[in-house]
Design a protein around this ligand. Structure first.
Ligand SMILES: Cc1cccc(C)c1-c1noc(C(C)C)c1COc1ccc(-c2ccc3cc(C(=O)O)ncc3c2)cc1
Length: 229
């Protein structure tokens, strides 16, 4: 069923996903005890900056990515960073973190100057992802598939990106059948999450605007990837 090549591809993606993580000293900062809106915003900015670096390194490990047109590489990263971070931060909530990160991360996000109209869809998404109980392979493959979305803005060579994304979709479909035999629609549900992620990217753009209106500062890396300031 799963070919040798597909096994090898999954192994490369899962290893890259495991290798590139937020450094524990950055993650531990979530536990410090200041909980003001300002403090939470600064902490989340630091987490997001570190997470973007992790996503860039993970993306560079995706077979074939570095052979894409360089401007397309940038367009794919800019177009998928927020979605990859939603997926990644969702894993924090679903892993019952030993040091209780998930409750703390949720509390800081809820108190960081994000308006209620975005908080609701955001945590509905988190709930729906957690409810899927994704395996590590599924998380890693879904993140790679999200990054390799051909129809991001400014991508020139759609076909080259499709050629990388399709084998990932094929192996994810087979992994889902193997790991959720009792749920034939599981793969379709996973892809449905990617559609929901697109709407969150739209909300996120508005979140950025409202933060900027209240004169919140971002790091140079976030300004570059999100085209702000
Ligand atoms: C608020 C929001 C929601 C979703 C996506 C984005 C980009 C934003 C968002 N939008 O803007 C911001 C900042 C700039 C205020 C954010 C904040 O993003 C993040 C991104 C990632 C994480 C993150 C990722 C992995 C972790 C691993 C571990 C561990 O393994 O122990 N622990 C903590 C971790 C924290 C937290 C906040």
């Amino acid at each position: 069923e799963i070919t040798k090549e597909q096994k090898a591809l999954t192994k490369v993606i899962v290893e890259a996903y495991n290798r590139h993580q937020i450094p524990q000293d950055v993650a531990k900062k979530l536990l410090q005890d200041q909980y003001s809106v300002e403090e939470n915003f600064l902490l989340l900015t630091e987490m997001a900056t570190s997470q973007v670096q992790v996503i860039v390194e993970f993306t560079k490990s995706i077979p074939g990515f570095l052979s894409l047109d360089h401007e397309d590489q940038i367009a794919l990263l800019k177009g998928s960073a927020v979605e990859a971070m939603f997926l990644r931060s969702a894993q924090v909530f679903s892993k019952k973190m030993p040091n209780g990160h998930n409750g703390i991360l949720e509390e800081r996000i809820r108190k960081s100057g994000i308006s209620e109209e975005f908080i609701t869809p955001m945590f509905n998404f988190y709930k729906s992802i957690i409810g899927l109980h994704m395996s590590l392979e599924e998380q890693a493959l879904l993140t790679a598939i999200t990054i390799l979305t051909p129809d991001r803005p400014y991508v020139k060579d759609h076909q080259a990106v499709e050629k990388l994304q399709e084998p990932m979709l094929d192996v994810l479909r087979k992994v889902c059948v193997l790991q959720h035999p009792q749920e034939p629609q599981y793969f379709a549900r996973l892809l449905g999450r990617l559609t929901e992620l697109r709407t969150l990217t739209h909300y996120h753009a508005e979140m950025l605007t409202s933060w900027r209106m209240n004169d919140h500062k971002f790091t140079p890396l976030l300004c570059e990837i999100w085209d702000v300031q």
